[in-house]
Design a protein around this ligand. Sequence first.
Ligand SMILES: N[C@@H](CCC(=O)N[C@@H](CS)C(=O)NCC(=O)O)C(=O)O
Length: 208
Amino acid sequence: MDQPLTLVIGTKRYSTWSLRPWLMLKAATVPFTEVEIALRQPDTKAKIQEWSPSGKVPLLIYGSLRVWDSLAIGEFLDELCPAAALWPRDLSARATARAISAEMHSGFQALRSACPMDLGLDSPLADLSEDLLTDIRRIEAIWTECRTLFGPHGPYLFGNFTIADAMFAPVVTRFKSYHLPCNKISDDYCKTILALPWMQEWTNAALS
Ligand SMILES: N[C@@H](CCC(=O)N[C@@H](CS)C(=O)NCC(=O)O)C(=O)O
């Protein structure tokens, strides 16, 4: 790695998409500078556009290269830092990790709209719609299957921390904030993610 890395992110308390690549960079153990742009402000769009061609955060800058979109940033970091094994090394595990990360990236609309990330929130959700329960059950099935099939050698979905864990980390915060129901394997996995020092670092900064 011969160029400095800068990650442009949104408000840490709310920006799920920013948290994901930030965790990936921490997992890659590479130094980086962060630029935080306040979301939900009158000038948010203009400020993001000064940096990001997509008009959205996150954006990773590596020398003159700009990479936007959380999953594309993960793919780039995996190639830039192969020793970090940001994707699992095993073929089946890697294919599954990519599949669940893509599913997270493009799905779970009911969860996203009913339970937006707010790291300062601790408020049980009284009314769980059928669509939300469907999302919760699917997430629980993903976590249970990965932990059972691929995770026994470590506490994360595929044993070691991977891009898939970063993709699901904001979901874990929603399970906590809204007290969403889940089975023991999923609950243990949530506790593992919440205890991760990088998660605590991000949360403390978000709430400070
Ligand atoms: N698919 C994108 C989604 C990025 C996204 O929607 N970012 C939000 C913040 S979390 C954003 O930049 N919104 C622009 C705005 O608030 O004006 C990704 O994976 O990075």
